[in-house]
Design a protein. Structure first.
Lengths: 545, 195
């Protein structure tokens, strides 16, 4: 993925080395690609951790890894996937496409943009370096609750340091996105004409600015407790252990929406393009995004129902409330598909897969919002199923839709359709084989975060099934990797607009020149490229008639 | 429309990107400090007595002087902003230098205050909250002094003008924010802590 043509050197008379060029770039497109390369590398690491865990759980008894090693694996798996894979892939796509979609030449602060990228690999490697530290990597789950987080070894300190870096990176990135979107739009690109993906990144960035610093504050408190002798979370010295959970989830639930808003934006755009119809209700989408952004700050304690220390009816009602704008999204997506001329290209397959799987994940969430239900399924595999249906079935399918959709724009080459179809079906089947049984395991009482289980609990068969599914997912992702590598060796033949799309990134060459646009079409709607295509067709008609 | 024309129109529209960026940064900083205030009240609520036993009473004297220094520095800096808007370069530099002096004396006096308090970071939850919150604030004051110091260098080298002084405007927004946080800390630790 990291390969694009050496840029035009008009502005840089001294040709710099290719590597140095990538290391020092402030071009939002190159930074976007760096984000993707970095995130998919961490994805491979996190994925291998997942396979190790699934292999251990395939049958009862300890085979591969000990209990502590297992704790480290699921902790770092979750941390990497959330902070260094899903969020930064969306940020990377945003980096590449937000300026293009609003007709800008670059981000508002290109150098801060480079900084916010480079903090990510440093932060990620800091977290991973825990594996070579005394006592191993952080092993307290990605939520790292008190008091366990105060007791474990150096790995937790590295985890804290890494997350502070990643959090800072995301705050800087979010400021950059918001200023870019509010200040750098091309003439005619009013806010009610910007593509839905841009709205999704705007909403994400608002969440980051208001929620990420809360996590940073919590991480600093924990670090101070561990290394400076303070007592925020230590009840023996006047602290409050539950404070950690409140702080963590006050960030953590908006975080969930940071992880999916971008995917909603991608999918909405793709559904419209491959249905040959405008978005069913652009305003409905925008309003839903904004409502979800606001409501996401009111639901955090639904992660804490079982503590007995939160106001159950309040947080239950707000959680049910937030499912309303989310439901609106589903109706908009279905309305966009309705009576459309559907083209089942690979991006569309992933977008449709997204709708199916996110629907299941979403309904899981509505159930869990009921405290009575939550008490029964809290900390069981049911929760693991729910969160993977949302984050993998939802966001990662949306990300893959975006990768197939935008790959020709980023590289100038079309990914193989045949391999893409194999990838989709294997990932779709593998995903369901892995995670659907976890619902049942959860209802049968299997707790999450355990390295082993007794053979007489009736969990063995479904665990084996889930493990088989995990390897199917791995094969599907290898097919994706092979597709990317073989495609990058082919010549650049992708036209500017291979999909008959709507938004401005398709009005420039594939890949775009360093300055993005030679010419911008007039912008009179949220589908300027569609308008331009229509105008051209009329012109041709008139010419021939 | 060519790329050059696009750029031209954008300049004509007059972007205030850096200032907007600073407003957003301050918003995130506000959430950062709000978390600590939230932690303070959560812990205070859970505590049987406040302040906890064994903590010597906080003398309000020096803290009040600190408050006067920082609050007045905000007004002084704002005089500087008004001066540069009107093009009074000399007067602006004097106001900015005065702000820097007030900021530096705040830092020095607070360090002195720390040495006089008679309790430390590890002395229970009150020490935890007091030192972590005030020292994080102090780090922000220090950051502000550095930032405004850089603006001062810009001013000395003639890089600021009545139409282009976004660094100063952005720095002023940040400085006022740091000021407001201190008023919050003063209120919580000195005015709202019973004797």
């Amino acid at each position: 993925m990291a390969v694009t043509e050496a840029p035009v050197r008009e502005l840089a008379p001294e040709p710099r080395g290719r590597l140095l060029d990538w290391l020092t770039t402030t071009d939002h497109k190159k930074i976007g690609i760096l984000y993707l390369v970095n995130s998919f590398s961490f994805f491979a690491v996190g994925g291998i951790f997942a396979l190790l865990m699934r292999t251990e759980l395939a049958r009862p008894g300890q085979q591969l890894i000990g209990a502590h090693g297992y704790n480290e694996l699921f902790t770092i798996h979750g941390t990497l996937m959330i902070f260094l894979v899903i969020f930064p892939i969306l940020a990377g796509l945003g980096n590449y496409f937000v300026p293009l979609q609003i007709g800008a030449l670059d981000m508002a602060f290109p150098r801060i943009n480079a900084l916010s990228f480079w903090l990510l690999p440093v932060g990620g490697l800091t977290i991973l370096s825990g594996f070579v530290a005394k006592g191993g990597a952080a092993a307290c789950g990605w939520t790292c609750y008190a008091p366990l987080n105060e007791q474990l070894g150096t790995g937790v300190d590295l985890w804290l340091a890494g997350l502070i870096l990643v959090g800072t990176a995301s705050i800087l990135g979010a400021i950059n996105f918001i200023v870019t979107i509010l200040r750098m739009r091309a003439p005619g690109m009013t806010m009610m004409r910007v593509p839905v993906f841009v709205w999704s990144i705007l909403a994400t960035s608002l969440l980051v600015i208001l929620a990420a610093p809360v996590l940073t504050a919590g991480l600093i408190m924990l670090f101070a407790d561990r290394r400076l002798g303070t007592s925020f979370f230590d009840p023996a010295h006047g602290g409050v252990a539950l404070l950690w959970q409140n702080v963590f989830w006050f960030f953590g639930h908006p975080e969930v929406y940071m992880l999916i808003l971008g995917a909603w934006g991608v999918v909405t755009e793709i559904l419209s393009v491959f249905s040959g119809k405008p978005i069913f209700s652009y305003r409905g989408i925008v309003l839903s995004f904004l409502m979800i952004t606001a409501l996401s700050f009111t639901v955090w304690a639904h992660h804490m129902f079982a503590t007995g220390a939160v106001e159950l009816p309040f947080f239950s009602v707000t959680t049910e409330l937030i499912s309303i704008p989310t439901g609106v999204l589903f109706f908009v997506w279905l309305g966009t598909l309705w009576k459309g001329k559907l083209r089942f290209e690979v991006p569309m397959l992933f977008a449709l897969g997204f709708i199916a799987l996110f629907l299941i994940g979403g309904i899981d969430g509505v159930w869990a919002a009921s405290p009575a239900m939550d008490f029964a399924i809290h900390d069981t595999y049911w929760v693991v199923a729910h969160l993977h249906y949302v984050l993998f079935g939802g966001t990662l399918f949306g990300i893959m839709a975006g990768m197939y959709y935008w790959f020709p724009k980023m590289s100038g080459r079309m990914l193989s359709r045949k391999l893409g179809q194999w990838h989709f079906w294997l990932q779709f089947i593998g995903f369901n084989v892995t995670f659907f049984p976890m619902h049942i395991l959860g209802l049968r009482g299997m707790p999450r975060r355990i390295a082993d289980y007794a053979p007489d609990r009736g969990w063995s068969f479904l665990n084996l099934v889930a493990t088989v599914g995990a390897f199917l997912i791995a094969i599907s992702l290898l097919i994706f990797l092979a597709n990317v590598i073989t495609t990058l060796r082919k010549p650049r033949t992708a036209p500017p607009d291979p999909w008959q799309a709507n938004t401005l990134e398709w009005a420039t060459s594939s890949p775009p020149p360093p300055h993005n646009f030679d010419v911008l079409p007039p912008i009179h709607s949220n589908r300027p490229v569609y308008d331009a295509r229509l105008a051209e067709a009329r012109l041709t008609d008139r010419g021939s008639g | 429309m060519s790329a050059a024309e696009i750029t031209d129109e954008r300049v004509a529209r007059g972007t205030s990107g850096p200032i907007l960026g600073m407003v957003l940064f301050v918003a995130s900083e506000a959430m950062f400090f709000a978390t600590f205030f939230g932690a303070y009240f959560t812990i205070r609520e859970a505590s049987p007595t406040w302040p906890p036993k064994g903590i010597p009473h906080l003398e309000i004297g020096i803290a009040t002087v600190l408050t006067i220094i920082l609050v007045s520095s905000s007004f002084v800096l704002q005089q500087g902003v008004r001066a540069i808007r009107k093009g009074h370069a000399r007067r602006f530099q004097a106001w900015l230098a005065a702000t820097l002096a007030l900021g530096a004396s705040f830092l020095a006096l607070q360090l002195y205050d720390y040495s006089q308090l008679g309790f430390g970071l590890k002395d229970g939850i009150f020490g935890t909250l007091f030192y972590v919150m005030t020292s994080l604030h102090m780090a922000h004051v220090f950051g502000g002094v550095v930032f405004l110091g850089l603006v001062f260098t810009q001013a000395r080298t003639g890089q600021l003008s009545p139409s282009r002084h976004e660094s100063l405007e952005a720095g002023a927004i940040y400085w006022h924010f740091v000021d407001v946080v201190w008023v919050g800390l003063y209120t919580v630790f000195y005015l709202l802590t019973p004797r």
